[in-house]
Design a protein around this ligand. Structure first.
Ligand code: NOJ
Length: 559
């Protein structure tokens, strides 16, 4: 193993806030910056020291802020730049650093750059976005945007089409244009000047398009093919990324966690190698996307916990040599982990803790998504009218129009919709879970009377307390940060188990992924002599693992 340099951000524990759903301070039903500031003491109590804020920039909110109208302004609903400064300052006082979302693949169509670009074919900013003439009266290519429908939008004024990999209100910037890149770099410097620690880098693997703009082969019966085939991690992207690093990120010591779908394992070095890589950390998605059929349209595929284990282990093993992972089970684009990988009924409490132990002590910097630390679950949405997410609504409209039964799409959304992770944070048992005194912009999960922060704080055996113990443990033992990762019990679909080794000290994390008692012949022997430093059960296991049992064992270095 190559020794990794010690870095503060490797030792950090991060927390992601989706501002719209975290805490409303003014009764308009929408979370805001002051709400976040009010809750900093809670985050300090939890023990995190790094905060990733999903976008709070000025935005028409077509994609909840991932469509930025002004990189230097704050959306009214969230507050003002003074509120942002106050949040930064209050966070700093509590030893918490801030990471903003860097959305650089696209802007809003209401951004001044795009308004100028669309004003005429001769506009000096025309080339800042990707414009093409139509192809025999149709879109330039048959690319389908990530949210459904053509990736091209026709502009009456100029008779041309512009490209959008996401919604039509998110036109893609043209990274081939040097002025665009320079404008983005200066925006990055501006935010670094404010004192943030760095960025979570949104959709960054989309910035390079296939320069031939080819027609793509669509699946049977389909008109369009996913834009990703011509815009995800395309050849030449590294030239852009390396320049971004050189001109903006590295000179400022910005920490970065790249959202990097489409990056194969072999490229981990290019993206996050300690010396040669562009970013400091990487989010990979194979473990959370294993339930969907590749190339399918809202279709599931068979999966089990063995695949889940394999997806994580693959990257873990590689990261022993190169790079650093951002570890996560949930975010604002995904469902609640206890509902997906655990049991959100009878064993909610045990399985939420088990999942926590499993991912949190892997090699990388752990990210907790708001509500995950209290074991929040998926929400029973009763009809399509309760959904808010643009991609869920588009999917429902398009697929039912094609004749798929509404019940089938609703079932899919129940297990996949991004809104599952976006219901308001459950603070207490008061009305609307203490999130707002008004009407929340999206339904509160009815289980808030039981699952909420207040209850979790009161109960010394709660999921929240388990997270606090995990954080304390990781802070106490550097082997849990820097240790070599080695998978154990690889062939089992029921048991997840790994070892972390560092400077003679060893830890083993062992988890039962099932609701049954699981026997494993080598268990007692493997754990012999280890001190049990954390578990979700009071008493020690004897030769077998109880339902959703998780335990962490330690062997001190020989003195
Ligand atoms: C990834 C973000 O996480 C998601 O919420 C957003 O819709 C897309 N990128 C487009 O910005």
């Amino acid at each position: 193993m190559r020794e990794q340099k010690r870095q503060w951000w490797k030792e950090s524990v991060a927390y992601q806030i989706y501002p719209r759903s975290f805490q409303d301070s003014n009764g308009d039903g929408i979370g805001d910056l002051r709400g976040i500031t009010e809750r900093l003491d809670y985050l300090q109590y939890l023990g995190i020291d790094l905060l990733w804020l999903s976008p709070v920039y000025d935005s028409p909110n077509d994609d909840n802020g991932y469509d930025i109208r002004d990189y230097h302004g704050i959306l009214d609903e969230y507050g003002t730049m003074e509120d942002m400064d106050e949040l930064l300052e209050e966070a700093r006082k509590r030893g918490i650093r801030l990471v903003m979302d860097l959305v650089a693949n696209h802007t809003s169509d209401e951004h001044a750059w795009f308004i100028e670009s669309r004003s005429s074919k001769d506009s000096p900013k025309r080339d800042w976005y990707i414009w093409r003439p139509g192809n025999e009266g149709a879109e330039p290519t048959n690319w389908e945007c990530a949210f459904g429908g053509s990736a091209w939008e026709y502009d009456e004024n100029s008779g041309e089409y512009y490209l959008h990999c996401f919604s039509k209100k998110q036109p893609d910037l043209n990274w081939e244009n040097e002025e665009v890149r320079q404008a983005l770099y200066s925006m990055i410097h501006w935010w670094m000047d404010k004192g943030i620690a760095g960025f979570r880098v949104d959709a960054i693997t989309y910035i390079k398009k296939n320069p031939a703009f080819p027609q793509l082969a669509a699946a049977d019966g389909r008109r369009y093919a996913p834009v990703e085939q011509a815009s995800l991690n395309q050849e030449g992207i590294l030239d852009f990324l390396r320049e971004l690093k050189q001109e903006a990120l590295e000179p400022r010591g910005a920490i970065t966690v790249a959202e990097a779908p489409g990056v194969p394992l072999e490229q981990i070095r290019d993206f996050v190698d300690e010396t040669d890589g562009v970013f400091t950390m990487l989010f990979q998605f194979s473990h959370v996307d294993l339930d969907i059929k590749p190339g399918g349209k809202a279709e599931f595929t068979d999966w089990d916990m063995k695949k889940f284990k394999e997806a994580l282990s693959l990257w873990q093993r590689e990261s022993n040599r190169h790079g650093w992972m951002g570890l996560f089970l949930e975010n604002h684009d995904h469902v609640r982990s206890v509902s997906k990988f655990g049991d959100d009924g009878q064993y909610r409490d045990l399985s939420a803790k088990m999942l926590a132990a499993y991912y949190f002590l892997m090699r990388g910097t752990p990210f907790i998504y708001q509500g995950q630390e209290i074991g929040m679950t998926n929400c029973p949405f009763d009809s399509i009218d309760e959904y808010r997410d643009i991609s869920s609504l588009n999917l429902y409209r398009e697929e039912t129009a094609k004749g798929r039964p509404a019940s089938e799409i609703l079932d899919y959304l129940g297990k996949r919709s991004r809104d599952q992770g976006r219901t308001p944070m459950q603070w207490n048992a008061d009305r609307e879970a203490g999130f707002t005194s008004g009407t929340p912009w999206i339904k509160v999960n009815p289980n808030y009377t039981e699952i909420n922060v207040e209850n979790n704080m009161r109960d010394e055996h709660s999921v929240l307390q388990f997270y606090r113990k995990l954080i304390a443990l990781r802070r106490q033992y550097s082997a849990l940060v820097y240790g070599f990762y080695e998978e154990l019990c690889e062939d089992s679909a029921d048991i997840g188990m790994y070892r972390r080794i560092h400077e003679g000290e060893t830890f083993i994390v062992v988890c039962n992924f099932t609701a049954d008692r699981v026997e494993w012949a080598g268990l007692t022997e493997t754990l012999a002599g280890g001190e049990r430093v954390l578990s979700n059960y009071e008493t020690e296991a004897q030769g077998s693992l109880r339902p959703y049992e998780a335990a962490v064992y330690r062997w001190a270095a020989a003195t």
